[in-house]
Design a protein around this ligand. Structure first.
Ligand code: ASP
Length: 315
């Protein structure tokens, strides 16, 4: 298997065989009554320099269900030697003496790759700033496959903070490789995917599949054409913590809000995904709609991360 002992840094690195293996293992994890022997005696370090609920707890749950142990540095690196001025490289080199793999989240784009360069064990990128979040993309794609029955010929509307949304950056790369997919990019102008004015390498990578771009001003109804046609509406929150000025955030924070009226225009077979956490972009009244798949997506995350750990640690 190509994932064995590999760092997981970007969604671009997965071969078709890797994706097939992750999905096959994730299916098996759901069905297997006892997974506890699979990674018995192995240890995972979970190191989070940024807040997390789902990613950290699902990796911990996944490792536990596989029978392994966890070194959790998830309650804030202020409780680790980082607060004494230790470099990322030294922290990772140290943890690599105890752990068989390291899951790392860091606020700087590229920091996880920097950590991987010195790590004696595989490093899994759990989000590097506004860069990527490849394990989230795996679970997003797995959910799309489970919910729609396919990974190709999909019209996907990406909605919200496309500039800062690392889950968007990873998922769009994965979807880009399948035939017949088309992307509808819906965001305020300030949060567009090609924020650097069309020079952004990611935008260049996927532009062949971009069917339409909407720079909404007054709300999502301006993109109703895309919402009506979409097979998947991938919602994201506006990432307040990435703004340097409060006014910039205030200007765009309510620009992409879903509401029941918009959902009623969606195809019955369409699905709403969200990497979570949500702020106000999906009112809770929508949760009961069968098209709302975001909590099923959370559940899928557990099985996909069990699959990923099994493959990287070489079951
Ligand atoms: N939980 C996701 C992430 O860490 C999405 C978000 O924070 O909005 O990227």
């Amino acid at each position: 298997m190509t994932l064995k002992n590999q760092h997981v840094l970007t969604a671009s690195q997965f071969s078709e065989a890797d994706l097939a293996a992750v999905f096959m293992y994730a299916d098996a994890m759901q069905k297997r009554p006892d997974t506890r022997g699979l990674l018995a005696g192995r240890t995972l370090a979970c190191v989070f320099y940024e807040p997390s609920t789902r990613t950290s707890s699902s990796f911990i749950a996944a490792m536990t269900k596989l029978g392994g142990g966890v070194i959790p540095i998830t309650q804030g690196v202020q409780f680790s030697s980082v607060s004494k001025g230790e470099t990322l490289e030294d922290t990772i080199t140290t943890l690599g003496q105890y752990a068989d793999a390291i899951v790392l989240r860091h606020p700087e784009t590229g920091a996880v790759a920097r950590a991987a360069a010195v790590s004696p064990v595989p490093v899994i990128n759990a989000g590097d700033g506004i860069g990527e979040h490849p394990s989230q993309a795996l679970l997003d794609l797995y959910t799309i496959k489970q919910e729609t029955g396919r990974t190709e010929n999909l019209k996907v509307a990406f909605v919200g903070d496309l500039a800062h949304g690392r889950t968007v950056h990873s998922l769009i790369r994965l979807l880009n490789r399948y035939p017949g997919n088309e992307f509808h990019l819906i965001s305020p102008w300030l949060l567009r995917l090609d924020r650097t004015g069309g020079d952004s390498p990611l935008y260049e990578e996927v532009r062949g599949k971009v069917a339409q771009t909407y720079h909404v001003k007054a709300g999502l109804q301006e993109a109703i054409g895309a919402i009506e046609q979409a097979d998947v509406v991938y919602m994201t929150r506006v990432q307040k913590e990435r703004f340097i000025d409060a006014e910039g955030y205030a200007e765009v924070k309510d620009s992409c809000l879903l509401n029941p009226e918009l959902v009623s225009c969606m195809k019955p077979s369409a699905r709403i995904l969200h990497p979570l956490p949500r702020v106000n972009e999906i009112p809770t009244v929508i949760d009961a709609d069968p098209r709302a798949a975001y909590f099923r997506q959370v559940r899928a995350g557990l099985h996909v991360r069990m699959a990923l750990l099994s493959l990287v640690l070489g079951v």
